[in-house]
Design a protein around this ligand. Sequence first.
Ligand code: NA7
Length: 545
Amino acid sequence: MTDTLVQSTRPDTAVRRVDALVVGAGLSGLYMLHRFRGLGLDAVVLEAGSDIGGTWFWNRYPGARCDVESMEYSYSFSPELEQEWDWSEKYPTQPEILRYVHHVADRFGLRDGVRLDTRVASAHFRDAEGRWTVTTESGERWDTEQLVMATGCLSTSKLPEIPGIDRFGGRTLHTAHWPHEGVDFTGRRVAVIGTGSSGIQAIPLIADEAADLTVFQRTANFSMPANNAPLSDEAQAQRKQNYREHRRAARESGFGVPVPEATRSALEVDPEERRAQYESTWGRNLVGLLTSYTDSIVDAAANETAADFVRDKIREIVDDPETAETLCPRDHPFGTKRPCLDSGYYATFNRGHVHLVDLKKTPLTEVTERGVRTTEREYEVDDLVFATGFDAMTGSLAAIDIRGRAGRALTDKWAGGPVSHLGLQVAGFPNLYTITGPGSPSVLSNMMVSIEQHVDFVADAVHHAHQRGDTVVESTEEAERAWTDHVREVGDYTLYPQADSWYMGANVPGKPRVFMAYIGGVGAYRQHCDQLAADGYPGFAFSAP
Ligand code: NA7
């Protein structure tokens, strides 16, 4: 470790003093460590898990896979790394991404900067010194100038708010806490609750093993075929030759994935041509259908043409018309909940031992000793799989007692929903940075593109401060207000606020209903951030207490 031990006034504890603490050793935390070390800073990463990898360490359920292509969901900061790493499939599996993370940690010598099994409990800013005291759950204390929350947007998992979950006598699993040794469902009766990305990826594979599988669906989701396949050496070599150009296009795009820019409204083309366009995107990638026309995500009628197209596909695949109708999403515009990429999800419902329960008609009421009960009946199962998602974007920040100037709690400041400057900083919380935080493109983008851009922005801002002889960087209230208003305005222009999505906080009872991500696009967002840096960081105050 690079930290120095400083004896505190309390004889029983030592406070470890560093320049920078990073919370979380996922893809953002590790790159942040690399950048801080490049600036010559004494930096340490605290990680709650027993190993590095973040999301890809925890989410080990069958079929867990990224929905962005391997060669795009990878770091771009090192051309040598880009050239030497080979991906085996179009879409990377969780184990392959985890191998990549370990390779990166070894290649850049990052492991000795990470403290594993260390969960942060609190972070309190000391006004007079302009430094943070960070305390871990085991009582370790750290004293740091910079504090970067690289805690991920989907890291605090959640269970349904129904009684009896502890009562169940069989195996209980959550997709986000999957046993490392794997789970054998052979011959078992299984219930899966939740049909977001995790459920949709896991269900076909669980169905392969289980004797009987019941899927409990609250909201039908739009899913498209991944068409996953091995990556050929030629395809990989070709991309590697053009990597710089491809990365540039990703950075300038809307979602961090290069796709042709739409020029026309979905409503100005005739239905045949529109259908052909949608067909050409089907099975290509996650964003092609949504970016086919200029108004797909802002105009309800335009959006409905895409939604109709997917519903027709579902009806083509699913044999039983009633099951097909239950699987057809009707309560939110296409894309306003993150669409899924699947491998055989809808066809799984053609298998005799797979059943679908519509929780909109018969809601869950409780978990019993033997299974789950809806308003209609009890379902007896051996295994209960929760694919019920996360307290997204703010959950992992709210779980830490974060206090800024004058002891103000972040949860207090965010009581009405998150406010931020660029999704990166919160006024009154100096030197605290949230990587891909609420108010930035984050979950609406290829996370790798957004992670690298945020980490680079933070490293550059800290370096700029130090060059001025300052140690404190703090967003102003005005800049925060203006940015938060802008995020809301752009969000309100779209259809996103119409959905009961985790983007809106709607999956967590009592959470303020606010569209938490910035939909202005990663390209426009990057340009704005770059301009601020070029102009000497207006909206940020620099000081040296
Ligand atoms: P998601 O996408 O939040 O999906 C969770 C699913 O669980 C979703 O279908 C929920 O229905 C369902 N859910 C949540 N709570 C309940 C209760 N109480 N009862 C019944 N059903 C419930 O999480 P994932 O892990 O699948 O994916 C997260 C992201 O990871 C994904 O978007 C990608 O970015 C990768 P709801 O829709 O809330 O009605």
